[in-house]
Design a binder for this molecule. Structure first.
Ligand SMILES: *Cc1c(COP(=O)(O)O)cnc(C)c1O
Length: 812
C-alpha cells in the first residue's frame, strides 16, 4: 500500500467521484461517496490479490477449499479498512471532507448469506485464513436474496426480502469465463466399450454456474484469500424461438428453472427442509466447486493422482457433502478411473464438521426425489452404501440392527451425515463437549470402528471484526496499554490481566462500556424510537430464536422479576434493560409465538408505571451482523442459557466475553471452556449438565408438574401466561403453558425450562447483587473475561484445524 496519507485519499475519492460517477463531493449522495471510497479501497486490493493467486500457483502449494452453503459476512467496507491498516486514515480523510464516516459505512448493504452461527463461523474462518496467509478459497452460493429482513408489527414477525444486491456489489468480480455446466435429472445410459463400462447421463437439464469472486483481506498481509460464490444462469439466456412463436411462458420457463437455484437463502437454522430446490442448491454448489477445483488442478499439475497433495476440502455441515459423490462421478465417468482408484483419492480429501446433534437438523433426502433429480449421484451413493454396510457387518458380526442404523440409505431416505462419517478422513465437533457427544452418542457405532477419525476443535471468532472493529474504544485502550499488535496476535489479550488492579485502567475500561451503551441507546432511539436508560444494566439475549436457546426461560424470568417488583418495589435498585434480538424461521410456529410473547411481556412491563425506573424490555428488530456489532459491545450481561447438551458450541458467547460482558449460562458448548479459562468465580453457571439432561430424557425421570406444584412462585409465573396482565394483542399463551406443563406429544417441557428455572433465578440474583453492591469487583471480572478471550479467536481455531487436519503452509 503506497497511499496512506489522508490528503491523498481525499484526492482519490474526489477523482473517483468525478471520473467514475460524474459528480462532485458537494453534489454526491452518501451512496455515491460510499461507492467512490469503496472503489479506492478495491483498487488497493486488486494487485495483491492477483499476486497472491499467482504465488500459490507457482509454489504448488496445497490449497484449502472451505465449502459452506452459508457465509454470513456482514459489511466489508470498514472491515477491509481495519485489515488494511487504513481505518484511521480514511476516517481522517472523511473528517477533512466534512462527511460523516459512519453514515457512509451504513450505505453498504450487508452480505447476509447465512442464518446464524454456522454461516458466521465460515466468515470468521476466511478472515483468519487470510490473515495467517494460508492458501484458501471459500466456496458458496451467491444468493440473490440473503437472510430475510425482520420487521415486527403488533408483536408479530414479518419477513421482508433482503435485496442486498440492488445497488450492486463493489467487492465482487464476475468471472464468466470460468463458468461450468451443472446437470440435473435425465436418465443414465450404460454401454460396454473396449475401455469397460461407460456411463452417460442423457436428456438432462443444464444450469450454468457463474462464479463471482470476492477478495478476503487478511490483517496487514499481502495475500488475500478468495470467496467464490456461484450464481445460477439459464443456458439460453432467453429462448428467442419460443418467444417469437408467442409462447412467452415457455420462453421464461427454462430461465426460471435455472435461476431459481441461487435466488434465495433458506431461512431455517438448525432445521432440515426436504425441499427439492434446497437439494438443487446443494448439488449446484458441490458440482460447480468440484469441476472448477479439478480444472485448476489439471492445468497446474496434470496428474489427478496427486490431488490429495494439493487440495484439502472442509465441508461446513453436511450441506456441501454432495461434493463427495460428485468428485467420484467426475473421476470415474469423465476421467476413466475405476471405483477403487477414485476412492483412494476421495477418501483422503474430505473432512466434515458437524454443528448440531438435533435430529430435526440432520440432513435426509427422500430417496425418490434424490434419484429423480440426481440419477447418477444416486447410483454412486448406493455404491457407497453397499460397501460401507459390508464393512459394518464385518466389524459388528452381522448385527443387522447396527447396520440399519448406520447405513447411508434407509427408510427411503439418503442420510447425509452417515455418508460423511463413512467417507470423510476426519469428523470434528465444534467444542470439547460436542466432540464427546459425537463420539459417545451420535456417531458412537462409527467411532468404535474408526476412532482415529474423530476430533473436537472449539469454534472461534475473528477478533479483528468483533473487537478491533466493533469495539473501537476497547481496541484503542488495548493499543494504549498492550505491547505488540493485538489484532495480529491473540495471545496478547492476556496482557490485560496486568491491569486488573490498575485503577486508572479500570476507569477507562468502564468508560468504554458506558460509551458503547450510549451508542446503542442512540441507535435504538433512531431505529425504533425507543428510549432506554444507558445507566441501566444491559442484559442481552441475542441469537436465532430456537426453543433450545430458551428465550422462553428469559421471558419467564422477566415475568418473575415483574411480579417481585409488584410485591417489593425495593428489590430492584439499579434498573435493568432486558434486550432481545432474534429472527425466527418463517415456518417455525412456536418460535414466532415466543417472539409474540416477548412483545407481550415488553408491553406489560413497559406500560406499567410501577416498573418505571426499574425494568424495561426491548426487542431489537432485524438481528444481523451489523446489529450484533453495535449491541454486543454494549452488553453487561451475556445470556447463554441453552439446554445443556444442545448448543454445539455457540460463538455469540465468545463475542460477549471478549467485549466485557459477564456470562450467565449453562454448562453447554463452549461455555464450559469459557468457564475453564476465566475460572468459575468469573462466570455465572446454573442448571443441569448435559449428562443430567441426557438422563432425564433417557429414563423419563422428569416431571415439570411436580416443580409447578411445589413452587408457588413458579405457579404464579406460569399462570401469567394464561391470565392477568399478559393478555395483550388479544392473545393468551395457552399453547406455551400447555407445552411447559403437559407437552403436546406426551413430552412436557422438552427443553427443561422449568427444571433449570429455580437455579437460574438464584444465580441471576447473585449476579445482580454483584453488579449493584460491588461494581469494582464486577469490572475486574469483565477485564479477566476480556483477557482470557484470546483463546477464542478464530486464529487459534484455524491453527488447530491446520495442525490436525489440513497441513497447509503459509504462502511466501
Ligand atoms: C455470532 C452470531 C450468531 C451466533 O450466535 P449464537 O449465540 O452462538 O447462537 C448468530 N447471528 C449473528 C448475526 C451473529 O453475529
Amino acid at each position: 500500500m503506497n497511499v496512506t496519507d489522508s490528503k491523498q485519499i481525499v484526492q482519490r475519492i474526489k477523482s473517483k467521484l468525478i471520473h467514475a460517477l460524474g459528480t462532485t463531493i458537494g453534489e454526491a449522495t452518501n451512496d455515491e461517496i460510499y461507492k467512490a471510497a469503496a472503489e479506492c479501497i478495491r483498487e488497493d486490493i486488486m494487485t495483491s490479490w492477483a499476486d497472491s493467486r499467482r504465488r500459490v500457483q507457482e509454489q504448488g502449494a496445497k490449497k484449502l477449499y472451505y465449502m459452506s452453503a452459508e457465509f454470513l459476512l456482514g459489511r466489508a467496507f470498514s472491515n477491509n479498512l481495519i485489515n488494511l491498516g487504513l481505518y484511521e486514515t480514511y476516517k481522517a480523510a472523511f473528517l477533512e471532507m466534512g462527511i460523516d464516516f459512519d453514515a457512509i459505512t451504513e450505505e453498504e448493504n450487508e452480505a447476509g448469506l447465512g442464518n446464524g452461527g454456522l454461516g458466521r463461523l465460515a466468515a470468521c474462518f476466511l478472515d483468519s485464513l487470510s490473515t495467517m496467509e494460508l492458501p484458501a478459497v471459500g466456496c458458496g452460493i451467491r444468493y440473490e436474496y440473503g437472510m430475510f429482513r425482520q420487521k415486527i408489527v403488533d408483536g408479530t414477525q414479518i419477513e421482508m426480502e433482503d435485496d442486498w444486491l440492488r445497488d450492486g456489489n463493489i467487492w465482487e468480480i464476475e468471472r464468466p469465463e470460468l463458468s461450468v455446466e451443472v446437470h440435473f435429472n435425465g436418465t443414465i445410459e450404460e454401454n460396454w466399450t473396449e475401455n469397460g463400462l461407460e456411463i452417460k447421463q442423457k436428456d438432462y437439464n443444464t444450469v450454468i454456474a457463474v462464479p463471482y469472486d470476492m477478495p478476503i483481506i487478511g490483517y496487514k498481509t499481502k495475500t488475500p484469500a478468495t470467496l467464490r460464490l456461484w450464481s445460477a444462469r439459464s443456458k439460453q439466456r432467453f429462448d428467442l424461438h419460443s418467444f417469437n412463436e408467442g409462447i412467452y411462458d415457455k420462453a421464461m420457463a427454462d430461465q426460471t428453472f435455472a435461476e431459481a437455484i441461487s435466488k434465495v437463502l433458506y431461512p431455517s437454522d438448525d432445521h432440515m427442509q426436504g425441499k427439492q430446490l434446497r437439494l438443487k442448491q446443494f448439488y449446484f454448489l458441490a458440482s460447480a466447486t468440484m469441476q472448477s477445483m479439478l480444472k485448476r488442478h489439471k492445468q497446474i499439475f496434470s496428474d489427478l493422482h496427486t490431488l490429495p497433495d494439493h487440495v484439502v476440502i472442509q465441508i461446513n455441515e453436511t450441506h456441501p457433502a454432495l461434493a463427495i459423490p460428485e468428485l467420484m462421478r467426475i473421476l470415474m465417468d469423465e476421467e476413466g478411473f475405476g471405483w477403487d482408484e477414485a476412492y483412494q483419492i476421495v477418501k483422503k480429501m474430505f473432512h466434515y464438521t458437524n454443528h448440531t446433534i438435533m435430529t430435526e437438523a440432520m440432513e435426509c433426502w427422500d430417496e425418490n426425489m434424490f434419484r429423480f433429480l440426481l440419477p447418477r449421484i444416486y447410483q454412486i451413493v448406493c455404491a457407497f452404501n453397499e460397501k460401507y454396510c459390508n464393512k459394518i457387518r464385518a466389524y459388528y458380526s452381522h448385527d443387522e440392527e447396527k447396520v440399519r442404523s448406520m447405513a447411508i440409505i434407509g427408510n427411503n431416505e439418503i442420510r447425509m451425515a452417515n455418508l460423511c462419517v463413512a467417507v470423510c478422513r476426519r469428523v470434528n465437533g465444534v467444542s470439547n463437549l460436542h466432540g464427546d457427544i459425537l463420539k459417545e452418542k451420535i456417531f458412537n457405532s462409527s467411532y468404535r470402528i474408526f476412532p482415529q477419525k474423530y476430533l473436537a476443535i472449539t469454534n472461534g471468532i475473528t477478533h479483528r471484526r468483533w473487537f478491533g472493529l466493533a469495539n473501537q474504544g476497547l481496541y484503542h485502550l488495548a493499543k494504549e496499554y498492550i505491547k505488540g499488535d493485538i489484532l495480529k496476535d491473540y495471545h496478547l489479550f492476556e496482557q490485560f490481566l496486568l491491569y486488573k488492579e490498575d485503577e486508572e485502567f479500570l476507569k477507562k475500561y468502564s468508560e468504554v462500556k458506558e460509551n458503547n451503551k450510549i451508542r446503542f441507546a442512540k441507535y435504538i432511539k433512531e431505529k425504533q424510537g425507543i428510549e432506554i436508560n444507558p445507566d441501566s444494566i444491559f442484559d442481552v439475549h441475542c441469537k436465532r430464536l430456537h426453543e433450545y436457546k430458551r428465550q422462553l426461560m428469559k421471558c419467564l424470568h422477566i415475568i418473575y422479576v415483574y411480579q417481585r417488583i409488584k410485591k417489593d418495589p425495593e428489590c430492584i435498585t439499579t434498573p435493568i434493560t432486558f434486550i432481545f434480538a432474534a429472527k425466527a424461521a418463517p415456518g417455525y410456529t412456536k418460535a414466532k409465538e415466543i417472539i409474540r410473547l416477548i412483545h407481550s411481556v415488553a408491553e406489560m412491563v413497559n406500560k406499567d408505571p410501577d416498573m418505571k425506573g426499574k425494568i424495561q424490555v426491548v426487542f431489537v428488530e432485524d438481528y444481523c451482523v451489523s446489529v450484533a456489532e453495535m449491541l454486543i459491545p454494549a452488553a453487561d450481561i451475556s445470556e447463554q442459557i441453552s439446554t445443556a447438551g444442545m448448543e454445539a458450541s455457540g460463538t455469540g458467547n465468545m463475542k460477549f466475553m471478549m467485549n466485557g460482558a459477564l456470562t450467565i449460562g449453562t454448562m453447554d458448548g463452549a461455555n464450559i471452556e469459557i468457564a475453564e479459562r476465566v475460572g468459575r468465580e468469573n462466570i455465572f453457571i446454573f442448571g443441569d449438565s448435559a449428562e443430567g439432561n441426557y438422563n432425564k430424557k433417557t429414563y423419563h425421570t422428569y416431571n415439570p408438574g411436580i416443580i409447578f406444584e411445589n413452587n408457588p412462585w413458579i405457579r404464579d409465573v406460569c399462570n401469567c401466561l394464561i391470565e392477568g396482565n399478559l393478555l395483550y394483542y388479544g392473545k393468551k399463551y395457552s399453547e406455551i403453558y400447555q407445552s411447559l406443563l403437559f407437552g403436546e406429544y406426551g413430552e412436557a417441557d422438552p427443553y427443561y425450562v422449568l427444571a433449570d428455572f429455580p437455579s437460574y433465578i438464584e444465580t441471576y440474583e447473585t449476579m445482580y447483587r454483584l453488579y449493584v453492591d460491588q461494581k469494582e469487583e464486577w469490572i475486574k471480572k469483565t477485564v479477566i473475561n476480556t483477557a482470557k478471550s484470546g483463546y477464542f479467536s478464530s486464529d487459534r481455531t484455524i491453527e488447530q484445524y491446520n495442525e490436525k487436519i489440513w497441513n497447509l503452509k503459509p504462502v511466501k
